[in-house]
Design a protein around this ligand. Structure first.
Ligand code: ADP
Ligand code: TRP
Length: 342
């Protein structure tokens, strides 16, 4: 199985990113091929534009932030047990072959496919001007996937549409150029964590300002967890665990027995939401405690992190150039050695 996924470096990772995406990367490492990259080319489409309306509480996203967040993403992933011995971790922009492949794919991508893709459509519906980069974002994503012959792409549910588009593009290319250059990928979504709720019960997302960061001081983490919205059922009354975000989040950390125990406490009454939140906090510390320590060690040795990214890029480039060559040949393009081009 050849696994690939990418994640944008647009800020520190939150529980939604971890349970919806990163945890799957880690579970799938050690396969025949496990490639994970930090999607900095994609993140360029979100760098602040003068005309873009910013969400409340969001800091300006600048080129300096892009570099900082890319490094943060690498640290976070490695601290969360992405193991460079078992998986290849790299920066998307260290593999320029994907941009060349993007063009080849663009020539066979039907406009209507891109017009219905949600990143572009959402902006358009809200009356925000979009750049061609945002519009063609799914084609770059298709190139990311197809460049490595990936067959399984672990992602959150919101990315499934993009994998479908990738399949369409790959099929059309193979058909038009009468070839089987591209492998058709499949998305893999974990159902129970397909939509991690945020502090306000809506989907956890940076754009809604309702996130719980994976890496924070225990004190701040506790404070954040205490902010999760709950209803006003008095302490003594029974409560419905299934209607409560605290319980939904707890389920992500707990085994069945632990889940049943907390659910029983909800149903019997006498437990306030503060206590449920404390239980959630303790479960989170137990789950992430070792990662907090690993991240500190990695942050003190940034050169090694850079070495991991460089070695990853080298491996990724070797594979991407092989696939790109196949695609160029199928299109009738010949590659001349630079010295012979006049
Ligand atoms: P955000 O919505 O905060 O901007 P991204 O769009 O950068 O997050 O998401 C990165 C990855 O994490 C994607 O694969 C996405 O599907 C997954 N993801 C993000 N938020 C959630 C969530 N609340 N539940 C499940 N998966 C999520
Ligand atoms: N678009 C994805 C996201 O926002 C990130 C991404 C870029 C990606 N290229 C990819 C994910 C290729 C999977 C495969 O989350």
């Amino acid at each position: 199985m050849k696994v690939l996924s990418g994640i944008q470096p647009t800020g520190r990772f939150h529980w939604g990113n971890y349970f919806g995406a990163i945890r799957q990367y880690i579970a799938l490492q050690g396969n025949e091929q496990s490639f994970y990259f930090i999607a900095d080319y994609h993140a360029l489409t979100t760098i602040d534009r003068p005309e873009t309306v910013k969400a409340v509480n969001e800091e300006a996203f600048t080129p300096a932030k892009l570099a900082e967040y890319t490094q943060d993403a690498a640290l976070d992933l490695l601290a969360l047990s992405l193991d460079p011995e078992q998986a290849t971790l790299f920066r998307q922009s260290d593999v320029p072959e994907v941009t060349e492949l993007t063009w080849l794919l663009m020539t066979v991508t039907q406009m209507h496919l891109l017009e219905k893709c949600h990143a572009y459509k959402d902006k358009k519906d809200r009356g925000i001007p979009a750049d061609a980069g945002l519009f063609t974002y799914p084609v770059l994503m298709a190139a990311d996937i197809l460049a490595y012959d990936s067959d399984v792409v672990p992602v959150g549910r919101d990315q499934v549409q993009h994998i479908e588009v990738t399949r369409d593009i790959a099929q059309r290319f193979n058909r038009i150029f009468d070839s089987d250059v591209f492998v058709l990928p499949e998305s893999r979504v974990l159902d129970q964590t397909a939509k991690v709720p945020g502090l306000d019960g809506q989907k956890m997302s940076k754009s809604y300002g309702n996130t719980i960061p994976v890496f924070d001081t225990p004190k701040r983490l506790r404070k954040t967890i205490m902010k999760i919205t709950t209803d006003s059922t008095p302490v003594e009354e029974p409560k419905d665990p299934e209607a409560c975000s605290v319980f939904t989040l707890y389920k992500l950390f707990a085994d069945e027995e632990q889940q049943a125990a907390l659910a029983a406490r909800y149903r019997e009454g006498g437990m306030g939401y503060g206590e449920a939140k404390q239980t959630l906090y303790e479960a989170a510390i137990e789950h992430f405690g070792a990662a907090f320590e690993r991240r500190e060690q990695l942050a003190a040795d940034l050169d090694s992190v850079e070495d991991i990214l460089r070695a990853g890029a080298e491996k990724a480039r070797a594979k991407a150039s092989e696939v790109l060559e196949r695609a160029r040949t199928a299109c009738g393009l010949k590659r001349q050695p630079v010295s012979t081009i006049r």
